[in-house]
Design a protein around this ligand. Structure first.
Ligand SMILES: CC(C)(COP(=O)(O)OP(=O)(O)OC[C@H]1O[C@@H](n2cnc3c(N)ncnc32)[C@H](O)[C@@H]1OP(=O)(O)O)[C@@H](O)C(=O)NCCC(=O)NCCS
Length: 246
């Protein structure tokens, strides 16, 4: 890979305020994880290279981790490019918060409003990364539509079961919405499906609007756009910056 290239593709999907990019894993790494590792190393910072080397060589986790970093760097670079700032992948540092939420740090953006907020999700074939303006909340989740959901189904609230019975949403739609909402708050679902109840499901032309109550603050309702591109279910939670808090 030459510096400056994007590994991911733009994915024009979801709210206009959110930039989404995707990597189709088969397209860039059809053989195995090992084929992509040396070629993409130059995209990483020294600290990221250390993490990369600490992961089991050739493991699926190492592969997934690298693709996630590349997708996140790409989405930050694309977001910056839209604002006239051209960045190399190694200009963008990806860090994790205390609970595992990724965030970007980029010196070149610090004097011009800061780095965008970011979110990441991967399944076995696709990596998706999202970015939105600093101060907003963003959470993204993608699953294959045939993912098994029996365990999740047993954890649904009576209202959620009603949504499923009435075919307003599938169990997977609700799970994806919860994952995206919890990621937007930087906490992650961690299997606590019932602690994040769905408040409402509304059919839209392009998919569903699923509102999820925050587990820690029931007065906070997180809107998640749930879409069904091809054989996947994609959830994007976006909350604009609170201008009163600025
Ligand atoms: C990790 C978690 C946020 C998403 O898991 P997931 O849906 O299986 O995986 P996804 O691929 O969609 O998302 C993984 C990415 O979410 C991001 N993430 C991790 N913790 C996060 C958090 N607290 N907030 C926001 N994003 C987070 C990371 O970037 C991670 O990718 P990385 O490890 O390569 O950096 C969340 O569900 C969780 O806490 N899982 C713990 C595992 C668990 O309890 N599983 C039981 C499910 S029944």
């Amino acid at each position: 890979m030459q510096l400056g290239q994007f590994v991911s593709q733009d994915w024009a999907i979801g709210p206009a305020e959110v930039l989404v990019r995707r990597i189709d894993i088969e397209e860039i790494a059809p053989e195995s994880s090992i084929t992509i590792s040396p070629a993409h190393g130059s995209a990483l910072t020294a600290a990221e290279n250390e993490v990369w080397q600490s992961l089991a060589p050739g493991s699926s986790r190492q592969h997934e981790w690298l693709l996630g970093r590349l997708a996140l760097k790409d989405v930050v670079r694309a977001w910056a490019a839209e604002r006239g700032h051209l960045l190399e992948p190694s200009d963008v540092e990806i860090h994790l918060g205390a609970e595992g939420a990724p965030f970007a740090r980029c010196v070149a953006l610090s004097g011009v409003g800061g780095s965008p907020v970011i979110s990441l999700s991967h399944n076995s074939g696709i990596v998706v990364a999202a970015a939105a303006e600093p101060g907003s909340l963003i959470g993204i989740d993608i699953e294959y539509a045939d993912r098994r959901t029996q365990v999740v189904e047993r954890a649904l609230t009576p209202m959620e079961t009603n949504f499923v019975t009435a075919e307003a949403a599938s169990v997977l739609d609700l799970l994806v919405a919860k994952e995206a909402a919890t990621k937007a708050l930087g906490v992650g679902l961690g299997g606590a499906v019932s602690r994040w109840p769905v408040a409402s499901v509304t059919a839209l032309a392009e998919g569903l609007l699923v509102e999820v109550y925050s587990a820690s603050d029931p007065s906070l309702v997180l809107p998640v756009l749930v879409l069904h591109p091809l054989d996947t279910v994609l959830g994007i939670c976006y909350v604009a910056p609170d201008i009163d808090a600025a």
